[in-house]
Ligand binder design. Structure first.
Ligand code: RUB
Length: 315
């Protein structure tokens, strides 16, 4: 078994514990971890260096299963590792990780501009969870001088809505925080629902924080447009060949304490972290390449990912 550098182990532990969370920040951290692995490696042969990188990638992959930005980041870097010597391999890994991270930043800025164009001065948006891609749209709209307000769902059980509320306050967007079950009541008062994505399937279905699909159905019923802000690293290439997206099931302790459980008695507790919203409930997917009707995202997916090949972390 090849050595995995302690920095990779630390990054993986942070992702697993949700200290690093959200699909784009996870991708960024994964590329950073491969950079550290390459920089610190004392492998003596090119084969040993490559084996270490593959082991690091597998270690990172084992953290959380749903955000496809993680394997997409690892593929991007590993497929660009080239050279005949350890030093050449190291330099190409560092260059690929740098390129990936700057593309990620640029893509977020570009999609922010597209998303901002959907927003008008005085609009109110409703958000779910915490998405840096959604916040990029709001930030760009604010830079265009638009005044916005927001209704922020708290997003049980981890309350990522609190992070969103704080970030929106930093952008001078007045925020009303609501419990998740109040969302329908507020849908008449908002102009857009904006959510992020952890994975987008070839048929245009969007995998995002649990509660997104119910919100989308309610938004459609009320006639409130719902937009997904997602860089193309959220496109799930495996779904082109019929694979499904694994939904992460998290620990019951996020939902109920030992004490509460003891008081209630023997019950089952489920804690799925994500759900799937079918494309018919979504108005648009906003990416760095422009906005797409969800059903047409497959065209972009084929263009960017083509046919599948062997995974670069396979032994
Ligand atoms: C985060 C979540 C976010 C997407 C998009 O879930 O569902 O909406 O990851 O985020 P968790 P971003 O908190 O369980 O990781 O736009 O930042 O990529």
């Amino acid at each position: 078994m090849a050595d995995v550098h302690p920095t990779v182990e630390a990054v993986a532990a942070d992702i697993a514990a949700m200290e690093t969370r959200g699909a784009a920040p996870i991708a960024d951290a994964a590329a950073d971890a491969l950079r550290a692995q390459a920089r610190e490696s004392d492998a003596e042969t090119p084969a040993a260096f490559r084996a270490e990188l593959r082991a690091a990638a597998r270690h990172l992959l084992d953290t959380r299963p749903t955000a496809v930005s993680l394997p997409n980041a690892l593929r991007y870097v590993l497929r660009r590792v080239e050279g005949e010597t350890v030093e050449a391999l190291r330099q190409s890994t560092l260059a690929a990780a740098d390129a990936f991270c700057s593309q990620l930043d640029r893509a977020q800025d570009d999609l922010g501009q597209v998303g901002a164009n959907r927003l008008r001065d005085g609009d109110c948006i409703m958000t779910h969870c915490h998405s840096t891609d959604v916040l990029a749209c709001v930030e760009a709209a604010r830079e265009q001088g638009k005044e916005l307000t927001a209704v922020v769902k708290e997003t049980r059980p981890r309350n990522q809505g609190h992070i969103t509320a704080e970030r929106l306050r930093d952008l001078d967007v007045p925020v009303t925080l609501i419990v998740d079950s109040a969302a329908r009541r507020y849908l008449n008062d908002v102009d857009h629902v904006m959510v992020g994505a952890d994975a987008i399937a070839a048929d245009g279905s969007v995998v995002n924080k649990i509660g997104t699909s119910g919100l989308a159905v309610n938004a459609r019923d009320r006639g409130t447009p719902i937009v997904v802000a997602a860089q193309t690293i959220k496109l799930h290439p495996d779904t082109l060949t019929g694979h499904t997206v694994e939904i992460e099931l998290r620990d019951e302790s996020e939902v109920i304490s030992q004490e509460q459980r003891g008081a209630i008695g023997e019950i089952a507790v489920d804690n799925p972290a994500f759900d799937v919203t079918p494309p018919r409930y979504l108005d648009a997917i906003v990416t760095e390449h422009g906005q797409f009707p969800p059903e047409s995202i497959v065209t972009l997916m084929r263009e960017l990912f083509g046919e599948g090949t062997t995974e670069p972390w396979a032994e």
